[in-house]
Ligand binder design. Sequence first.
Ligand code: NAD
Length: 492
Amino acid sequence: MNTTIPHAGSILKNYVAGEFTASDKLFENINPVDGSIINHVAEADSALVDTAVKSAHAALHGPWGKMTMDERCALLHKVADGIEARFDEFVAAEMADTGKSLFQARTIDIPRGAANFRIFADMVKSQSSDCFHTDTPDGKGALNYAVNKPLGVVAVIAPWNLPLLLMTWKLAPAMAAGNTIIAKPSEETPATATLLAEVMHDAGIPGGVFNLVHGFGYQSAGEFLTTHPGVDAVTFTGESSTGSAIMKASADGVKALSFELGGKNAGIIFDDCDFDEAVAGTARSVFTNGGQVCLCTERLYVQRAIFDKFVAALKDKAEAIKIGWPLDEDTDMGPVISHKHRDKVLSYFDSAKVDGATVVTGGGYPVFNDVRDNGAFVQPTIFTGLSEDSKIVKEEVFGPVCHITPFDDEDEAIAMANDSKYGLAATVWTTNLQRAHRVAQQMDVGICWVNAWYLRDLRTPFGGMKLSGVGREGGVHSLNFYSEPTNICIKL
Ligand code: NAD
């Protein structure tokens, strides 16, 4: 593949009202593999965010609002085609920003980024609405139906772990439903969003429909968006504490909110599982993308009869993970996103050790004796021996790490798995069909996999309970959030 990083050494611009716009204030975009500066990013100020909101309003009632659904969806298909036409550039940009492996960027991040536009462009055409015949005293009746209108101007605020995938997971349904957008990628991962703006431009998406603003959260582009009176809805993926800050900031405007937040996901492994499948699946669920997927498993509960054997087998899997250059075909895991995040992950490792954990493997960072030592690598790590109230068992780390606790019976495992302020995902490994249904339905989470992990059907509801989120995305659930059903009542 062509591995040239697009826009390397230049400035990534904002895209507002159909034009690429620089700014005086720049911040660095750092490659977490070796700490080098990839390029600089133009931070949007409040005036630019205001211009973006105004242009989004104009487009809502202008060209975008006046298009037929077919015309709009044809353009979204062109966006998907445009991402695929520049596939290698998107892969190189995503890898440079995140350090994720070529395999991951090529098979998950970028293909899903394109697929999201096609899926929602097709799905919106079969979005249904209510229609009722209502009896009236005069016997003539009334016809009540609902039409789906767009919510309006939607702010899309995205995280760094799956930058293009998660941003398009919101953009595509929002645009398919007729909304106009101001998107803000994470300050850590501005590149693929900038390429996407170029693709939107080239595909002929009218100016103002999709705006891109770069910057940070607090007192920067993120906060300018969530407090702007012209923004009708905020759809956000990121940390639970950020969700809470956005909820407060959006309160005065009573904006519609959709939140996909953090997790502290549990995996329960029963002694009747298919052992090899459970080990392989659990290794994926703990270490994929360096543990930086919101669905990753950080707490494992293993039935006592197979506990020692399972810990040993997972240790072998962790130690076989090849950490290294993202471009090497056989690299499994790159660095975590930044030095700041590495410090956070390592501080959790330290606290586990202080609490008396047994370090089964890892517990620190690798040394390469080359420029990667300037990067943000962390060792795949497994701990055992901690009580359930230890910090690392309670709080989200968002790194390549898990803690494993033994259990004796089903009720005990369910109770420990559910004892969390989060409620995003769970995995259950068993070959007992009745147990599979019984346990899965008792998990206090938005999604529970049995004998699988990260197996997604994009039509299903996706989201979290408790601190893990508000609302559901996926299929009709996304479309419903981005739509404002208006009831029309016709007296017959
Ligand atoms: P983050 O909350 O730090 O940042 C996410 C985005 O919010 C960034 O664009 C950031 O600039 C912006 N932001 C930060 N403060 C803001 C503020 N006050 N106002 C407006 N915007 C603000 O999250 P992150 O570190 O980028 O991502 C990791 C987190 O995301 C983890 O907690 C992970 O579990 C979660 N996540 C959840 C899901 C899910 O589907 N539930 C998916 C991926 C990641």
